[in-house]
Write a protein that binds this ligand. Structure first.
Ligand code: NAX
Length: 329
């Protein structure tokens, strides 16, 4: 077998980590022939829990898992990493204002951006799952000036997968028949899941649904508020589905998206579709094996979609202004 690929995961003792680590270790991220070294970052109080998770990883005897390192110093854990999955973040606690949340996460993502800049491998790819994911990715990217901005992304694949599942259920098709789904904008309640460019069984999805009211009043809010519905039902936030989406996102980025289709990823805007340059916004994106990505060009955006995209991008712009004022970027 070849030299192990170093995959760093932050927040490794958390809910998402508990599902994510086992899937990476079993070869679902990089393939069954690529050995993996897991490098797991946690805050000091969570290291004991993390030791227990590592015991379970050992007990799985995964042939692809070459080594596990754990610690609370990003400068050590990110050393030589080719993939960094930034899952750990500060959750919003009671009474916390949005500015406080951005500031608390800013402290985490400035330090982690700098540590990636100084210690990651040259081929590093960074996926941010921890919320507010888009702006956390913007902060990490801005604090890593020596790493190309095309190497940073934030997760909207969970929203994408949720949109695929809702559409498939509505028209009675298997999820495998849904293609060209797009989430635009922010991973938040303002996100815009777009059925006007999606296809089901090769047919335009909006036409197949044939019900604008369902799209506006049911589909979009169901996808955008799915996280809250999971919390309501399960008593805690999405974890296995978020881990699965983190794998899908990063696997497709590293190995290439399906021929003739695209995926949703939040990447640095180059000004496409009127999204202000520099914002980390979700787009339809194609990826090529080896880790390149391109924003799909030339889609026609009608007035309805324009309004939805602009509203989500306005929120991203406000978040960027807030973290600029806090001196985080
Ligand atoms: P948990 O609270 O279970 O786990 C988070 C872990 O991060 C904790 O173990 C904590 O000790 C650790 N952590 C905190 N600060 C850290 C730091 N500076 N360095 C390293 N580790 C640190 O949350 P979990 O359910 O696993 O969710 C993790 C993040 O994903 C949250 O921010 C959550 O909001 C976000 N999500 C993002 C989604 C997306 O689609 N982008 C969906 C699912 C999820 O809500």
């Amino acid at each position: 077998m070849s030299t192990p690929v170093k995959v760093a995961v932050t927040g490794a003792a958390g809910q998402i980590g508990y599902s994510l680590l086992f899937r990476i270790a079993s070869g679902e991220l990089l393939g069954k022939d690529t050995p993996v070294e897991l490098r797991l970052l946690e805050i000091a109080p969570a290291l004991k829990t993390l030791e227990g998770v590592v015991m379970e990883l050992d007990d799985c005897a995964f042939p692809t898992l070459a080594k596990v390192e754990i610690g609370d110093d990003p400068n050590v854990i990110f050393d030589g990493a080719s993939v960094a999955l930034l899952v750990g973040a500060r959750p919003r606690s009671k009474g916390m204002e949005r500015g406080d949340l951005l500031e608390a996460n800013g402290a985490i993502f400035t330090a982690q951006g700098k540590a990636l800049n100084d210690h990651a491998a040259d081929d590093i790819r960074v996926t941010v799952t921890g919320n507010p994911a888009n702006t956390n990715a913007l902060i990490a990217m801005s604090n890593a000036p020596d790493i190309g901005s095309e190497r940073f992304s934030a997760l909207t694949r969970l929203d994408h997968n949720r949109a695929v599942a809702q559409l498939a259920a509505k028209v009675g098709a298997p999820v495998s028949e849904v293609t060209h789904m797009t989430i635009w904008g922010n991973h938040s309640a303002t996100q815009y899941p777009d059925l006007f460019h999606a296809r089901v069984g090769g047919r335009n999805a909006a036409e197949a649904v044939g019900d604008q009211a369902w799209i506006e009043d049911t589909f979009i809010p169901t996808v955008a508020k799915r996280g809250a519905a999971i919390i309501e039902a399960r008593g805690s936030s999405s974890a296995a589905s978020a881990a699965s989406a983190t794998i899908d996102h990063t696997r497709d980025w590293l190995r290439g998206s399906a021929q003739g289709d695209w995926v949703s990823m939040a990447v640095r805007s180059d000004g496409s579709y009127g999204v202000a340059e520099g914002l980390m916004s979700s787009f339809p994106v194609t990826t090529t094996a080896g880790g390149g990505h391109e924003i799909v060009q030339g889609l026609e955006i009608d007035d309805f979609s324009r309004g939805k995209i602009d509203a989500s991008v306005a929120e991203l712009s406000d978040e960027r202004d807030a973290v600029t004022q806090l001196g985080l970027i």
